[in-house]
Design a protein around this ligand. Structure first.
Ligand code: UT7
Length: 325
């Protein structure tokens, strides 16, 4: 049976680092509040590199690390909510930059669960037998869609990109997944709302306040702790394995308190969850692949290790995946 294996990972962040103290100079906040409520200490912010630059850098590193040429790539899928353009997709922009002339390229939108949805899509293409490999990337410049006068949201997010090169294999890679959507709750987390505007409409076309990230933090917190715990439990039960067989859990890096609640609910030691939000903040669809790549670069993962990736985000959406390294 064909399985999809992660062969290489990569990440890229813009150079500029903004600390909590830097933020306290532009909004009414403190390092203490941000650290205690979220676990975030600093984040990288783009000083001009748009999302296409971030994701293209990741794609180039993936080709190098997997030792494959761009012409050999069958599929490019990018998850993002901060594309450069409405169209073209970021995936098509990568295709041009690296010269992946034979690839099918498109983007998916599932907010912070985006990488899980993109990886799940690539897995289905590969399992269909018609595609032998894929570049899957999550990348964001959230700094361009946050309201820098709103202390409740601007302190949470950061910019970055991460991704994986995956390949068809006879050995188990992606073993099981649980992805889902709860569109009935979409209003608790939105961004990018644009007004209807046309030449026959005299309404002023301006940026609507809801264009920025708009969030009911407490409701999102509740959604996350409930659904991430439920989703991880489901995947482990369906695969009939216990948490002690899992080497690491790689959660979406939104808030350390969300991870603490999930860890308690499932009785999984907190140390088994990989955390890097202190240095990058919430990078939405990039957070899980950036974390996975960091673990890989540190040599934390060995062949055969079982790893669980799990995220949640706007939509509302969630996604969990059990993979064998
Ligand atoms: O990727 C998915 C994206 N989103 C999330 O994962 C968000 C999930 N939710 C959360 O992480 C938390 O709800 C937040 C970190 C967003 C907020 O934490 P909270 O403990 O739920 O705080 P809160 O919204 O209930 O606000 C408590 C207080 C309020 O003041 P009052 O009304 O008690 O006087 C806020 O105005 O904290 C105030 N506040 C701040 N104070 C200092 C809100 N933001 C700030 C700030 N600095 N940056």
């Amino acid at each position: 049976m064909i399985s999809t294996r992660v062969v290489a990972t990569a990440g890229y962040v813009p150079e500029q680092i903004i600390s909590n103290d830097d933020l306290s100079k532009i909004v009414d906040t403190t390092d203490e509040w941000i650290t205690q409520r979220t676990g975030i200490k600093e984040r990288h912010i783009s000083a001009g590199e748009n999302t296409s630059v971030l994701v293209t850098n990741v794609a180039k590193k993936l080709l190098e690390r997997a030792s494959v040429s761009a012409e050999e790539i069958d599929l490019i899928i990018v998850a993002s909510v901060t594309q450069d353009y409405g169209t073209p997709s970021l995936a098509c922009m990568i295709q041009k930059e690296i010269g992946a002339v034979h690839a099918v390229a498109f983007d998916v939108i599932a907010a912070c669960s985006g990488f899980m949805f993109a990886l799940s899509t690539a897995d289905k293409y590969i399992k269909s037998g018609g595609y032998k490999n894929a570049i899957v990337i999550g990348g964001e410049t959230l700094s361009k869609i946050v309201d820098w006068t709103d202390r409740a949201t601007c302190v949470l997010f950061g910019d970055g990109a991460g991704g994986a090169y995956v390949e068809a294999s006879g050995e188990a890679g992606i073993i099981r997944e649980d992805i889902g959507s709860a569109g009935d709750q979409y209003e608790i987390l939105t961004e990018g709302y644009t007004e209807c505007a046309n030449a026959f409409n005299d309404k002023e076309s301006s940026i609507h306040p809801k264009w920025y990230v708009n969030m009911n933090g407490r409701e999102v917190f509740k959604f996350a702790t409930k659904n991430v715990a439920k989703s991880i439990k489901k995947v482990l039960e369906e695969e009939q394995i216990t948490q002690d067989q899992i080497k690491y859990f790689v959660p979406h890096q939104a808030n350390v308190r969300i991870v603490e609640v999930v860890s308690k609910k499932l009785g999984i030691p907190f140390e088994k969850f990989y955390i890097n939000m202190d240095r990058f903040g919430n990078t939405s669809s990039a957070s899980i692949p950036m974390a996975l790549n960091e673990m890989n670069e540190k040599g934390m993962l060995e062949a055969g290790d079982l790893v669980v990736l799990s995220g949640f985000g706007g939509g509302m959406t969630w996604g969990t995946m059990l993979i064998r390294w």
